[in-house]
Write a protein that binds this ligand. Structure first.
Ligand SMILES: [Zn+2]
Length: 248
């Protein structure tokens, strides 16, 4: 029995616009191809991310950047075939009775190539600074509403250490425990205790969805070029490590 089989609906929890496509675009496309309903919860608008050199450069550091990244995410979501998309802090991804809020991008610094750590100037309303209990409760509110058969987010290292990714993992995992929902972590490299998927058949749709994130990256052939100049191959493989929970 594969984790891909028989999933009625799957909720992906990601920290920033573009993460859903870069790290899980092929998985999303595969669930869609198998007629699972796919939901996406995005925690922040990537307000502190860099901007690709070009016509959008002037948006860096402005409120319009958040708006632009909302539009980009909307386009990518449509290309991937996602059923419905949500922002953390806004109903139904908000505890009933609480005012809606935004969780902002916390920013990051590079500790060494490939490993990020917290920036020392994260704002008070940043995702990684907000109380874990509040973030967890907001994710749990969405889970209760959607009742997905599986929730998927980063591993406990946040993939590469971004503090918002780590927070998204911690809160998503806690929310699945609280609601008795199965949780799986995304692995970028085989570790031996995951189910591994090679999904090259989804390269074209992932590439198209990546192009929607034009303020964050450019696509050159089969490579992503990030706003900071780092290059990586477009990924169509990923692992899922399951943490089952008994029904509550
Ligand atoms: Zn991210």
């Amino acid at each position: 029995m594969s984790l891909l089989d028989g999933q009625r609906s799957v909720l992906f929890v990601h920290a920033h616009p573009d993460d859903e496509t870069i790290s899980t675009g092929a998985l999303i496309a595969e669930f869609v191809a198998r007629d699972s309903r796919v939901f996406l919860l995005t925690c922040s608008r990537g307000e502190r991310g860099e901007v690709v050199d070009g016509p959008l450069t002037a948006l860096a550091g402005t409120e319009e950047l958040a708006r632009e990244r909302e539009l980009e995410l909307e386009r990518a979501t449509g290309i991937l075939g996602i059923t419905e998309r949500f922002w953390l802090g806004e109903p139904p991804a908000r505890v009933d009775g609480l005012e809606p809020r935004r969780y902002r991008d916390s920013g990051m610094v590079w500790i060494r190539p490939g490993l990020a750590g917290p920036a020392d100037d994260a704002a008070d309303d940043a995702l990684s600074v907000a109380p874990l209990a509040e973030v967890t409760a907001d994710i749990a509110a969405l889970i209760v509403r959607l009742r997905p058969s599986l929730v998927i987010s980063y591993d406990d290292g946040g993939g590469y250490g971004h503090p918002d990714h780590v927070r998204a993992h911690d809160a998503a995992r806690a929310a699945t425990t609280a609601t008795g929902t199965a949780f799986a972590e995304v692995l970028e490299a085989p570790a031996g205790d995951e189910e591994w998927f090679d999904l090259p058949q989804h390269l074209a749709v992932v590439t198209d969805a990546l192009r929607a994130h034009a303020s964050q990256l450019t696509v050159h052939g089969t490579e992503i070029v990030h706003s900071g100049g780092q290059r990586e191959a477009i990924g169509t493989s990923a692992g899922l490590r399951l943490h089952p929970h008994p029904a509550v």
